[in-house]
Design a protein around this ligand. Structure first.
Ligand SMILES: [Zn+2]
Length: 180
């Protein structure tokens, strides 16, 4: 029943002893109160200790468990470390699933423009290529607006339709490029 504990200012409980009480010894089987002795006196106390007499091995083990759990964390450092590492690894797994892995193998997928998207249609209509440039879009718009403008087509229905389409696409492209 010798237990080395953190050094304190506590004095040995043996009357008249001035040594530091660094060793804990239970006063009785309830294990609820303890003496604090110096090494010399705890050895002496322990020598006469008959606490375990008449108890089975299981009962002794149970008492030791009960006595030790309340005075120290229930997890061991090694177990905690393993748990922590596993947790971090799982965390990265989540990032990797999202394409945000930091190992260079799981970069976010390159954003591809679907061939039949409205953006591709608009770019095709205005005859501009990717990467889109605001200046290029505006230049092409001016050129095509002149081409499809009702004034230059004598009210041609087809040209009017194209002119409307041009304006729609033009506004859409500028919006995509963050312009107004
Ligand atoms: Zn002592």
């Amino acid at each position: 029943m010798i237990k080395k504990t953190i050094k304190t200012e506590r004095k040995c409980d043996m009357p008249g002893c001035e040594e530091a009480g660094e060793y804990k010894a239970p006063k009785d089987r309830t294990l609820k109160s303890h003496y604090w002795f110096c090494l010399k006196h705890v050895k002496e106390y322990n020598k006469n200790w008959n606490f375990y007499q008449g108890l089975s091995a299981e009962e002794i083990e149970e008492h030791i468990q009960n006595d030790t759990t309340w005075q120290r964390p229930t997890w061991k450092l090694g177990q905690f470390k393993t748990y922590g590492t596993g947790n971090v690894k799982d965390g990265f797994g989540v990032f990797e699933d999202l394409g945000l892995g930091m190992d260079g193998k799981h970069n976010p997928p390159v954003k591809e423009i679907p061939v039949h998207s409205k953006l591709a249609e608009a770019a095709s209509f205005l005859e501009v290529s990717f990467p889109l440039k605001v200046s290029e879009v505006k230049k092409q718009y001016k050129k095509l607006a002149k081409k499809y403008h009702p004034d230059t087509n004598q009210g041609d229905k087809e040209a009017e339709k194209m002119f409307k389409k041009l304006n729609d696409y033009y506004r859409y492209l500028l919006k995509q490029l963050g312009e107004k």
